[in-house]
Design a protein around this ligand. Structure first.
Ligand code: ADP
Ligand code: MG
Length: 331
């Protein structure tokens, strides 16, 4: 690369803000050697997840670099939250078409803000020339057997969500400069834009759910698609009551049908969707009191697939029938 590869790494990635974003005893050796060395705590299991973001596919080429840096790490860390893990460290595989120093400066700044927000240190990576592509691998830890998997939901469990739905899709509409509803305030626009640029992985909630939730994941593809993942992995049916879906005040400015469409099918919310045994219900009010916006949106039953009640009783939502059922809201 034009700017020597090692100078580039030293200037933008081997920085105190990224290497020591968190006070972590787990990093025995960070950037600079052939590999990093991690020391998970005694009795802990390592949790590892990789995300690739390709320009033009996962984000527009002209994406503001500071926001891209923040978002790339936030969505990767959300997978740790979804496993009920505590972040330890991350690596960054970066492919760049050219060395654009203002871009790198802003990108690394946004990345460092996220690293600090989520208490996670950069421990290594790779830098190559090529089409703009970001590969983030996050590592976390969780006590043996306590990871929140997708396959443990059981009939009679409660189905819960950890925060408002639909804000990611509405945020994208704001960011893209789409026509906005007249009732949406400037503060509402700002809120939604932040929800899109700076998703907040629900790490603290994930950790509370350890050993309590029977199954869980983070909503990245949309509520229905992700609920289907739990239903399939657990071999159960999930019932969702549309009237209970939590909607932010800002999203409430759109017509009802649009709200529902985004809450059900919009992606990029990064809130946790999880199942709890009915006996764990008393925990919910405690967690709410501690500031976690948990809503019970449905329940788990014997059977398969996702069933939605939009006021006409529970009906399956998978396949063409489901689509038609949803369409029938129009009339
Ligand atoms: P090697 O050739 O041994 O794979 P590299 O020359 O690719 O090593 O990288 C040198 C050091 O810089 C390694 O510790 C590597 O993890 C780190 N590194 C390379 N690119 C990045 C990056 N984008 N962010 C953080 N660390 C990086
Ligand atoms: Mg290398």
């Amino acid at each position: 690369m034009a700017l020597d590869e090692f100078a580039l790494i030293g200037r933008y990635f081997r920085t105190a803000q990224l290497e020591r974003a968190a006070d972590s005893a787990a990093v025995a050796l960070g950037i600079g050697d052939d590999a990093a060395v991690l020391q998970p705590g005694a009795g802990q299991q390592l949790v590892i997840s990789t995300d690739s973001l390709l320009a033009g596919v996962h984000f527009p080429e002209q994406y503001p670099p500071a926001e891209l840096g923040y978002r790339a790490l936030a969505v990767a860390v959300s997978d740790l939250a979804a496993m009920a893990a505590t972040p330890l460290a991350f690596t960054l595989a970066l492919s760049l078409p050219q060395v654009d120093e203002p871009w790198l400066q802003a990108f690394s700044r946004g990345l460092a803000v996220a690293a600090r927000d989520f208490s996670i240190n950069l421990i290594g990576g790779d830098t190559t020339r090529g089409p703009l592509n970001l590969g983030v691998t996050v590592l976390g830890q969780v006590a043996r057997g306590q990871a929140m998997r997708r396959d443990g939901a059981r009939g009679s469990d409660l189905l819960c969500v950890g925060g408002p739905l639909g804000d990611g899709a509405a945020g994208l509409a704001v960011v893209q400069g789409s026509d906005l509803p007249p009732g949406l305030s400037l503060a509402g626009q700002d809120y939604l834009q932040q929800r899109f640029w700076r998703p907040q992985p629900q790490l603290a909630l994930g950790q509370l759910l350890r050993g309590v939730a029977t199954a869980g994941l983070d909503v990245s593809d949309g509520l229905l698609a992700d609920a289907e993942h739990i239903a399939q992995a657990s071999g159960v049916a999930l019932h969702i009551d549309a009237a209970r879906l939590p909607c932010s005040e800002a999203l409430g400015s759109w017509p009802e049908l649009q709200q529902l469409e985004w809450m059900l099918r919009g992606g990029d919310d990064y809130v946790l969707l999880f199942t709890l045994p009915a006996a764990a219900k008393p925990h919910i009010s405690q967690w709410r009191a501690a500031g976690h916006a948990i809503t019970i949106i449905g329940s788990v039953h014997a059977g398969s697939g996702v069933l939605l009640d939009v006021g006409k009783g529970y009906a399956p939502l998978t396949g063409e029938r489901g689509y038609q059922h949803f369409r029938s809201l129009d009339d």
